[in-house]
Structures are given as structure tokens and as C-alpha cells.
Design a protein around this ligand. Structure first.
Ligand code: P1T
Length: 389
């Protein structure tokens, strides 16, 4: 029945009174509204404007906080937007200590963006907490590590690094937990101050959303991050929040299977005559296996290895697979191949790559959820093909 005298007004207002949205839908709604009705000017109820807060985003933030055993969870438009949100807490002249084997985009952010604001970064081998201690100066405000590094999969002893960091007043430990996920490791429980994720990866798990996550137990850090989330505005859309919230529902099931498949792939690669070295934290041959075994509930789904030959053999290998897809990123249900030296870590200076062992023949696999036998067979025939390149 027409409510207003004119068509256009009905089209805009009929049936749209926001006080009526009280369904008992089992699945959370996608609230696309960018703004919220106020009863009294300047006194918003729960929400005011979606950059500052949104019901779909709240649902997701509560869920990720629970999974990381955190008091506060915040999301950003990408993993790097989350990185940027954390580092906006710094001021000109501050200093960062970071693990040297860090995602190429994070390395580029430190070197090419923060340096413009006179914020310097020292890259150290953080598998030994003493190296972190030596690099901390009176200007250091953040120590940055990845729980399993990208791409050589070094497991950092979070408790040891946290103890070192917390000897210094006003220095915080940020752990990028993208590769391990909270299913296998909860860095806040081990003393980290902030946990970061590229939720683009395992948390979403379906390779169709870019997003970042930040979790903390500190009220004062959460206040600052909430301010930068609102004031800078690198927030994800409500639709993307809905998607990641949906992805989280199967995180535990996916991670168990990623790990099972990755272990089988790693063990197979160790037996291949075409492989020089396999890097998987779940193998006793990995340099940080003992830390991973003690600290994590599992070893996740990433496997790196060094192929015999040169870049032409790697190229042939990556073009010979039928299941694994040559593409950047990781953590989705589909198996991916990355060649870090020319893809994800191409922006890392060549001499740094050399020191870290990121050779042209280093291959990184994101082992997906396909049937294990098909994955191993795919790698077997591609390695065979690559050996004759
Ligand atoms: O791509 P984005 O959502 O902005 O996330 C950045 C990021 C942060 N931290 C880690 C450990 C990452 O691996 C990434 C993104 N990494 C890739 C795209 C990759 O293929 O390694």
C-alpha cells in the first residue's frame, strides 16, 4: 500500500524504517549502510558512520579476537593496510627492529615508505633473540616478526623475543601470524602485544577477499588502532567482512587438512632426486623444527624447497603442473606455486635475498585442500619435466 503521496518518496522510504531490522536470521546480515540514524544530533546510538564502525564488521572483529584469544580485534582493507595502521602509531625518528626474512611487501613498506618519515628499520635474524636485543636502541618502538617467516618458514620463538622486548620500556612486539593462523599458534598468549594477519590468506581461505586483521589485549593500543582505523580510513567493505566471517567457520577444518597435505608433500619432496633442500617446519631437518614443535600446535600448509638447476628449471617446473597454479598469495583451498625471487620478494634487494637464501631456485608452495595423492603425483611429474629443461 502506498505510504507517501508520491512515487519517488515511497521508493526511498516505504518499508525502510531502520528501527524494524530485528530479524532472527541465523547468519549475520550484510549491513551495507554507510550511515546510521541518530535520535538526537551528535548522539549516535551504536554506530554513526561505517568508516568508524559497522554491524557486519563488529561480528567479524569479535570472531577474530576470540580466535586469537584477544580482548580487541580490528580489521583493515588489506594485510598491508593493517601493517600501515600499526606503524601509524610511530613518530618521525623512531626505529623498528624486524626479522630479516619478512614478506617482500612489508620489507618494501619499511624501506620505501617509512624511511620517508625518518623511521629506520634494522633487519635481523630473529630466530636468535640475542640478535633482537643487540639491535634495539633507545629509539626502537616496535619489534616485528612473522611467526613462520615468508618464504623460508623460520619459526620464531615468540616467548623468547617477547621477554627480550619487554625488558625495554615502551617497545612493543608485533607478530604477523598469517602463516601459522591462530589454530596452530596464538602469539598474544606467548607475550606478543599485537597480532597481525593478512586475512587474505588462511583466515578467509577462498582467495576472493583482501583484508588485514589486528588483535591486541592492550586497551591503549586498541584505542590508538581504532583511531587510525577511523581517521585514516583503510577499512574493508561490509561485504568483505561477511565473506571473511564465513571463511572463519571452516578455519580449523581447513588447517588440519592443509597441514596433512603439506606434511605429505614435504616428505615426498625430501625423497626427490630433483630437490636440493626442503624447508617445512614439521620436518626434523628444518632448522627451527624444535621451536615449531614446542611452540605450535601444528606446522601449517606452506612448504618451500630448492630445486636442482637454475631459473629455467624452476620455470619449466611451474609450467608443468596441472593442479598447482603459478600465482602469488597463499592460504586458499587451491594449491599455488610462488617463485619468491621474481614474484613475492622481487622488491627485496638482491644481496639481501642472497643472504636469506631466497635464490632463483627457491620455490614456495601453498599446499591446498585437493586430494593428497593428486598433489604428490602432480609434483612428481612436474619435477621430472623440470629436470630436462
Ligand atoms: O596482501 P595483503 O593482504 O596486503 O597482505 C600482506 C602480507 C602480510 N603479511 C604476510 C606474511 C604476507 O604473506 C602478506 C602478503 N603475502 C603475499 C601476497 C604472498 O604471496 O606472500
Amino acid at each position: 500500500m502506498a505510504t507517501f503521496p508520491h512515487f519517488g518518496t515511497d521508493a526511498i522510504h516505504a518499508g525502510q524504517d531502520c528501527k524494524q531490522w530485528k530479524s532472527k536470521a541465523v547468519i549475520p546480515g550484510i549491513f551495507l549502510s554507510t550511515t546510521y540514524q541518530q535520535d538526537v544530533p551528535g548522539q549516535p546510538d551504536l554506530y554513526e558512520y561505517t568508516r568508524g564502525g559497522n554491524p557486519t564488521r563488529t561480528v567479524l572483529q569479535s570472531c577474530v579476537a576470540a580466535l586469537e584469544n584477544a580482548k580487541h580485534g580490528l580489521v583493515a582493507a588489506s594485510g598491508l593496510a593493517a601493517t600501515s595502521m600499526v606503524l601509524q602509531m610511530l613518530s618521525a625518528g623512531d626505529h623498528i627492529v624486524s626479522v630479516n626474512d619478512v614478506y617482500g611487501g612489508t620489507n618494501r613498506f619499511f624501506r620505501k615508505v617509512l624511511s620517508k618519515y625518518n623511521i629506520e628499520c634494522s633487519l635481523v635474524d630473529a630466530t636468535n633473540a640475542e640478535n633482537v636485543e643487540k639491535a634495539i636502541t633507545d629509539k626502537t618502538k616496535v619489534v616485528w616478526v612473522e611467526s613462520s617467516t615468508n618464504p623460508t618458514l623460520q619459526c620464531i620463538d615468540i616467548q623468547a623475543v617477547a621477554n627480550t622486548v619487554h625488558k625495554h620500556k615502551d617497545v612493543i612486539l608485533v607478530v604477523d601470524n598469517t602463516f601459522m593462523t591462530p589454530y596452530f599458534l596464538r602469539p598474544l598468549d606467548l607475550g606478543a602485544d599485537v597480532v597481525l594477519h593478512s586475512a587474505t590468506k588462511y583466515l578467509n581461505g577462498h582467495t576472493d577477499v583482501l583484508m588485514g586483521v589486528l588483535c591486541t589485549n592492550s586497551d591503549s593500543i586498541a584505542d590508538k588502532l581504532t583511531f587510525y582505523q577511523y581517521a585514516v580510513g583503510a577499512v574493508p567493505s561490509p561485504f568483505d567482512c561477511y565473506m571473511v566471517n564465513r571463511g572463519l567457520k571452516t578455519l580449523h577444518v581447513r588447517m588440519r587438512m592443509h597441514q596433512e597435505n603439506a606434511m605429505a608433500v614435504a616428505k615426498f619432496l625430501e625423497t626427490s632426486p630433483h630437490v636440493v633442500k626442503v624447508l617445512y617446519p614439521g620436518l626434523p631437518s628444518h632448522p627451527t623444527h624444535e621451536v615449531a614443535k614446542r611452540q605450535c600446535k601444528g606446522y601449517s600448509g606452506m612448504v618451500s624447497f630448492v630445486l636442482k638447476g637454475d631459473l629455467s628449471n624452476v620455470t619449466k617446473f611451474s609450467q608443468s603442473t596441472k593442479v598447482f597454479i603459478l600465482a602469488e598469495s597463499l592460504g586458499g583451498y587451491e594449491s599455488l606455486i610462488d617463485v619468491p625471487s621474481v614474484m613475492t620478494h622481487a622488491s627485496v634487494p638482491a644481496e639481501e635475498r642472497e643472504q636469506l637464501g631466497i635464490k632463483d631456485t627457491l620455490v614456495r608452495l601453498s599446499v591446498g585442500l585437493e586430494e593428497c595423492g593428486d598433489l604428490v603425483e602432480d609434483l612428481r611429474q612436474a619435477l621430472e619435466a623440470a629436470s630436462s629443461a
